[in-house]
Design a protein around this ligand. Structure first.
Ligand code: PMP
Ligand code: GLU
Length: 377
């Protein structure tokens, strides 16, 4: 007996796997600095927690519409119109258990066997896996040296179905400029290609401006915007995200959702409405704190002469360690108990690079820097 081909094509998520190893080492009493997984280390704002309690107490604990409760769909559409200049209504929105599942559903809805999906090299780990599960073929396109451009135009073929853009980028931290995103728009429209625009780090930006591709002229019908609550409101474990797209795509995603997970947890959806109600000081403070941590690391990496992609957003630094990243990460974890993710997890041409997540305290960052210097000297 054999497993299905689609699961033979993929491996466990390296970000989550390495984080589990780090957690196991901690349980064994090792003093681990875990910079592997990307999740904010802040408490979810109290008002959101209370909204979840309230919903539970009010008996909102039953099945909801599979696409999500109407009030939340409306709130997301309104947010998209107001903040992202994307002309969405509730019929263009589906709420999913995490942004990751929105990506999976969108791929399953649009990608046919043999369709080509363009991924920027490097890209976050789950795009490739979702594309492969859907039967797609991944085309990796390298960045320019300064990470500001990706020559997608050279890799488009009649089979290209989708281009995935993630700004700010995981693992790079790069915030793509308007000109570059406009180029992607032109290619998508000229060649009749969908753009999946993953904007989950849209609020965590230190330099540059966030643009939503779906807001560019004529792009609404060609774009699936992915977003969620994990990063902006520090809600990774709540599992709630969403997609905004043309109605016919959302309807197909909803069919998949109705037969797989049904819908995201009822009271979490009510908490998400509260999250969108107002921006509070939480986000400003979180972003300021991320910037302080980032600056601390950048300063030391500069002194050590280590090169990295411009970390203008998200909470990662993608750096060149000058030797095999897989071995580097393995030895660094074994010897110094620091968990990082090798560049090989994110694409094909960054063998000597590694990603660190600075969603840990400044004390832990100081400890990381001490161990890092000791390890590389
Ligand atoms: N997109 C990117 C770029 C991410 O880094 C993550 C991290 N988990 C996700 C999507 C998925 O987020 P979630 O499923 O927690 O909403
Ligand atoms: N997106 C985060 C990361 O890249 C969370 C883990 C995951 O879902 O991959 O580490």
């Amino acid at each position: 007996m054999k497993v299905a081909r689609r699961v033979e094509l993929i491996n466990p998520s390296p970000t989550l796997k390495i984080s589990s190893i780090a957690k196991q080492l901690s349980r064994e009493g090792k003093d681990v600095v875990d910079m592997s997984v990307g999740e904010p280390d802040f408490k979810t704002p109290q008002r959101i927690i209370e909204a979840a309690y309230r919903a539970m107490n009010e008996g909102k604990v039953f099945y909801t519409p599979t696409k999500g409760i109407p009030e939340l769909l409306d709130a997301i559409a309104e947010k998209m119109r107001r903040e992202n200049k994307v002309d969405a209504t509730a019929e263009n929105v589906i709420v999913t258990p995490g942004a990751k599942y929105a990506i999976f559903e969108a791929m399953m809805s649009l990608v046919d066997e043999g369709d080509e999906i363009i991924l920027f090299d490097p890209s976050w780990v789950s795009y490739e896996a979702c594309a492969l599960m859907a039967g797609g073929k991944v085309i990796w396109v390298p960045h320019s040296e300064d990470f500001s451009d990706v020559p997608v135009e050279e890799f488009v073929s009649p089979k290209t179905k989708m281009i995935i853009v993630n700004t700010p980028s995981n693992p790079l931290g790069v915030v793509y400029g308007k000109e570059f995103l406009k180029k992607i728009r032109d290619i998508a429209l000229d060649e009749d290609i969908f753009v999946m625009s993953d904007e989950i780090y849209e609020k965590i930006i230190f330099k540059g401006t966030h643009y939503s591709i779906a807001s560019f002229e004529d792009m609404f019908d060609k774009t699936i915007t992915i977003n969620g609550f994990s990063k902006t409101y520090s809600m990774t474990g709540w599992r709630i995200g969403y997609a905004v797209a043309p109605k016919w795509i959302i309807e197909k995603m909803n069919v998949i959702q109705s037969h797989s997970v049904s819908h995201p947890t009822s009271f979490v959806q009510f908490a998400a409405i509260e999250a969108l109600k107002r921006d509070d000081s939480f986000l400003r403070e979180m972003v300021m704190e991320f910037k302080r941590r980032r600056d601390m690391i950048m300063e030391r990496l500069d002194e050590l002469g280590i090169s990295y992609a411009p970390p203008n957003g998200a909470f990662y630094i993608f750096m060149n360690v000058g030797r095999d990243g897989d071995k580097f990460c393995e030895e660094f974890l074994k010897k110094e108990y620091v968990a990082l993710i090798p560049g090989s997890a994110f694409g094909v041409s960054f063998k000597n690079w590694v990603r660190l997540s600075y969603a840990i305290s400044r004390e832990e960052i100081s400890e990381f820097l001490r161990r890092f210097e000791r390890f590389i000297s």
